[in-house]
Ligand binder design. Structure first.
Ligand code: ATP
Ligand code: MG
Length: 376
């Protein structure tokens, strides 16, 4: 598996600097997976022997921020991009509580370890391949990573049941890999996954919402939703979408999302999370509005923003998205009305969400299914 894509120069620079300072460091996670599959990595995760404090000391406070309570990580800022640098960890013997007065009890998992130990606390073999771009060396501690990547297999490291119990989000992570690369899940891993799906209900809403945000930023989000439905995971993760799965609205939702994704992949429009949310919600808003006489989407009326927001929130319940994200999505939908009324678009173009609204209109036009009525 030759590596075709060049790794971003600043990432190689970070690895070289850590090496020079005496810290073993590798590129890990999705970037290695993508590079070995001949794809261009979207972002980079590094794993190193240096602690977060040592990383900050090396690069300075302007470049590095330490984040996380349970897992302390260093974020290296390169313009708008963030390179996540984690310290080699081992499986903790027991979780030690961190007590901060007045705050919730958190268990931290910062038992540092070696590169070998770090590979075994990762989830799947294909996610535990380390790559040193300076020496051009692959390190596959689990022993299965490279073969599984070539064979297209998602295989849990260690006992699958135990590892899904330990962190049920790994169920979602496995299904995402299936959708993203068309991989299959190894038999033992799949058996445990199917058994443990209900455990996802124990994961906090805020963590699941972050996972949903990550999915909606991917350009294979339509494929991921389909796989989540096939495995009956969607009923836990997005119950309203699951409930409406076989409706024309949901069909339109998947089609619109697919078009949105293709346009991002082709560089036509930027990868915006709020536009993704608006694209998904649009068919549901449209259907609801069409049902009422006085409140069609294409006619402005005073409560329109409130009504659209309600439908968007309902669709994604129980997830809690940031207020700004919801506002931006609602505006992209609501502005469809303004785009039709304001022919010169002089007034509408001053709205900060105008570009999103125009892009949504382009996507809608492309479907040919949802016809935008002509103004006038
Ligand atoms: P993506 O391309 O979506 O970023 P990724 O595999 O890089 O995929 P990240 O969330 O960035 O996903 O995580 C980076 C790496 O950290 C993973 O490849 C995996 O090795 C490890 N990891 C992340 N989450 C878990 C988890 N819940 N359990 C075990 N290992 C994990
Ligand atoms: Mg990653």
């Amino acid at each position: 598996m030759p590596i075709r894509y060049k790794i971003a120069e600043h990432v190689v620079g970070i690895i070289e600097a850590l090496h020079k300072a005496g810290f073993e460091t590798y590129l890990v996670g999705g970037a290695v997976r993508d590079l070995l599959l001949g794809l261009e990595p979207k972002d980079y995760d590094l794993s190193t022997a240096a602690t977060p404090e040592e990383i900050r000391h090396l690069f300075g406070r302007r470049k590095v921020m330490i984040i996380g309570k349970r897992f302390r990580l260093a974020h290296y800022y390169h313009g708008h991009e963030i390179v996540e640098i984690s310290t080699f960890r081992r499986k903790p013997d027991k979780l030690e509580p961190v007590i901060t007065p007045g705050k919730k009890l958190v268990f931290h998992d910062n038992s540092y370890g070696t590169a070998y130990e770090d590979a075994f606390r990762r989830d799947f073999t294909i996610n535990a391949i380390f790559y040193d771009p300076v020496k051009n060396q692959i390190v596959d501690h689990s022993g299965h990573g490279m073969a599984d990547l070539e064979g297209g297999v998602v295989r849990m490291i260690g006992d699958p049941s135990e590892r899904f119990i330990e962190d049920p989000v790994r169920i979602l992570r496995a299904l995402k890999l299936v959708a993203q690369y068309g991989f299959r899940i190894n038999i033992e891993t799949e058996k445990a996954l199917l058994e443990k799906i209900p455990l996802i209900a124990n994961v906090s809403h805020s963590r699941l919402s972050l996972e949903l945000e990550k999915i909606l930023k991917k350009t294979c989000s339509d494929k991921i939703l389909k796989i989540l439905y096939e495995y009956n995971f969607l009923s836990y993760f997005l119950p309203q979408v699951h409930l409406h799965w076989n409706t024309p609205e949901c069909e339109d939702m998947l089609r619109l999302l697919e078009l949105r994704n293709a346009r991002v992949d082709n560089g036509i429009y930027r990868n915006s999370l709020s536009l993704s949310v608006a694209t998904m919600a649009f068919p549901f808003v449209y259907a609801a509005m069409e049902k009422t006489d006085d409140a069609q989407l294409w006619k402005y009326y005073p409560r329109i923003e409130k009504d659209i927001r309600h439908i968007v929130l309902e669709l994604f319940r129980p997830h809690c998205f940031p207020k700004r994200l919801i506002f931006s999505s609602v505006m992209a939908i609501q502005l469809q009305t303004a785009l039709l009324r304001d022919k010169s678009q002089r007034r509408t173009s001053r709205n900060p969400r105008y570009q999103h609204a125009l892009e949504l209109q382009e996507i809608l036009k492309q479907t040919g299914k949802i016809t935008v009525p002509c103004a006038g």
